[in-house]
Design a protein around this ligand. Structure first.
Ligand code: ADP
Ligand code: MG
Length: 368
């Protein structure tokens, strides 16, 4: 994917359509800046980007120097990804080297998925949603999608619609029409999973989208836990549907359809690290269930030859993403880590998880 990144990295460059055939997942890593809290706690920086190689070097803060010499071990763990961003990278840089690469394919009728993975506080929501003044990937992708669509005015007719849902405790809530009731998954005759009753809003401008996203995010289930004040224990799933019709031809078969998912996953830290009991522990178990199922799917898909059975049925998240992981999709995974020594364990777990994801290979077809 390195060439694709180079050619497509800047703003205003033409969109590139990834080649058909073997899917390549693009795996990125974002190391956020130290927060004031981490600096106040006296944390040191242990995660570094090595510029040329798109490599992350993680130092084990606990390993004693003598131990290392004796065991002939290294304090350093090295991880290679398609792209690595550190504190110097802005929102546009991160977008341009990840989600933007999918846009050309989406307009050609391929499904695509962007995941933000990482522990609570590692920067997932900042990357996906961002702030009103410095929006993240969700807004930037929609913005560029509308720019591209405008270029085809008079030739193609587009309809862009979106849904925004939350999976919390394996229960699905509509973030665009919050209510106390939960939504169920249904499988249609073709085996496609639908979220029954989920609202789908037609959007025409990125500003409209932004407003909906922020409104939706305020409806997310966010409750304080001991691990983090505004711990996010839910998965937020933005689904954008792009329907296009070639108006220069009259056939109704000329309709092309693509689905783009942008997902802010729940914190990947283990339930055991959250010093809670009762209900919160149960939530932790459920989050692990969805993330575990996602991890299992990733493992199965990354097996050599891809012959292993992929079990999507284990969680709501993987059922929804069935089409978008296995079949007909391009995937970008952005693993998020804090650079601080206090988060070593979490960072190592996240980097290991992302490292496995690099090997996903599936055959992709274009939607017809
Ligand atoms: P998560 O969604 O993974 O729990 P957040 O996105 O909420 O984490 O980030 C935690 C805190 O760090 C927030 O206050 C956020 O504004 C800040 N932050 C995260 N990433 C960055 C970044 N790249 N640059 C500046 N601040 C960031
Ligand atoms: Mg978050």
């Amino acid at each position: 994917m390195t060439n694709v990144l180079k050619e497509n990295g800047g703003t205003g460059t033409p969109l590139l359509v990834l080649p058909t055939g073997e899917q390549q997942i693009l795996v990125a890593c974002r190391i956020r800046p130290m927060t004031e809290d981490e600096i106040l706690q006296g944390g040191t920086i242990i995660a570094h980007k090595v510029a040329e190689d798109n490599m992350v070097v993680l130092l084990d803060p606990d390993e004693d120097h003598d131990d290392i010499l004796r065991a002939n071990r290294s304090r350093e763990r090295k991880y290679m990804f398609d792209v690595v961003s550190d504190a110097r990278a802005g929102q546009q840089d991160v977008y341009a080297s990840t989600a933007k690469i999918l846009l050309g394919s989406v307009l050609e009728g391929y499904n695509a998925t962007v995941f933000a993975y990482g522990a609570t506080g590692a920067g997932k929501t900042y990357t996906m949603l961002g702030t009103e003044n410095n929006p993240g990937i969700m807004y930037r992708t929609l913005h560029d999608l509308f720019v591209e669509i405008k270029k085809f005015e008079g030739q193609r007719e587009y309809q862009v619609s979106m849904s925004y849902l939350e999976i919390y405790n394996e229960l699905i809530r509509d973030l665009l029409a919050p209510s106390s009731s939960f939504l169920e998954l249904r499988e249609d005759a073709k085996g496609t999973i639908q979220v029954a009753g989920l609202s789908e809003l037609i959007t025409k401008t990125p500003e409209e989208v932004m407003e909906m996203l922020h409104k939706g995010n305020r409806a997310r289930t966010q409750e304080p836990t001991k691990a983090n004040k505004t711990s996010s224990r839910s998965h937020a799933v933005l689904q954008v549907n792009i329907k296009q019709r070639d108006v220069t031809r009259s056939h109704t078969e000329q309709v092309r359809f693509a689905k783009l998912y942008m997902i802010d996953l729940a914190g990947s830290e283990r339930a055991a690290q959250t010093q809670n009991t009762g209900r919160r522990m149960m939530e932790g178990a459920h989050i692990n269930r969805s993330l575990l199922a996602l991890g299992n799917c990733i493992n199965a898909l990354s097996e050599k030859g891809n012959t292993k059975y992929v079990n999507y049925r284990d969680s709501k998240l993987t059922r929804i993403l069935k089409d978008s992981l296995g079949g007909n999709s391009r995937t970008v995974m952005i693993a998020h880590i804090s650079p601080a020594s206090v988060h070593f364990e979490e960072s190592r777990n996240t980097l290991n998880y992302a490292d496995r994801a690099k090997y996903i290979k599936t055959k992709i077809r274009r939607n017809v």
